[in-house]
Unconditional design. Structure first.
Length: 145
C-alpha cells in the first residue's frame, strides 16, 4: 500500500468516525467559521492543573476540516498544555510550509496524514480551523499558547 493511500485512509477514518465529537457543553466555548468554504466548528474544553480536559467539538464541513478536528482532539485532550502547544506549533508550521516540510510524526501522530494539504492553499484553512478554535478556547481558559 502506498503512503498516500494510507494517509487517505486515516483521513477518511477520522471523518467517518470522528473522535471527541458531541455537543460542546463546557463553560468556555468557541465557534469558528471558514468563510471561504463554510466549514464550521464549535469547541469547548477545560484546563485544570495545566491539563487540557473535556475537549468536545461539533462541526460541519469537508472531510479535511472534520478529520483534522478529530485528530487534533486526540492529540490534545488529556495532555499537558505544553504538549498541546508543541503539537499546535508543529501542525501550524506543517500547514504553512507549502509542502516543504513533512512534519514530525512523533509529535503529530495521525495529523501527519494531512501533510499533503499544505500544497493546496485553499484547503489549509480547512485543516487549521479546529486548531485555531482550540488555541482560542485554551487562551480563554487562561493558557499561554
Amino acid at each position: 500500500m502506498e503512503l498516500d493511500s494510507l494517509y487517505q485512509e486515516v483521513i477518511l477514518d477520522h471523518y467517518k468516525k470522528p473522535h471527541h465529537k458531541g455537543v460542546p457543553t463546557g463553560a468556555i466555548q468557541v465557534h469558528h467559521v471558514n468563510p471561504n468554504c463554510g466549514d464550521e466548528i464549535t469547541l469547548s474544553l477545560d484546563i485544570k492543573d495545566g491539563i487540557v480536559r473535556d475537549l468536545i467539538w461539533d462541526g460541519v464541513g469537508c472531510s479535511i476540516s472534520q478529520a483534522s478536528a478529530s485528530i487534533m482532539s486526540d492529540l490534545v485532550d488529556g495532555k499537558p498544555v505544553a504538549t498541546a502547544q508543541v503539537a499546535l506549533k508543529e501542525f501550524t508550521e506543517l500547514m504553512q510550509s507549502k509542502g516543504a516540510i513533512s512534519g514530525d510524526e512523533d509529535i503529530l501522530e495521525d495529523a501527519i496524514a494531512l501533510a499533503g494539504v499544505s500544497k493546496f492553499p485553499a484547503r489549509v484553512k480547512c485543516a487549521l480551523l479546529s486548531w485555531m478554535a482550540f488555541k482560542d478556547a485554551a487562551i480563554q481558559n487562561g493558557a499561554e499558547l
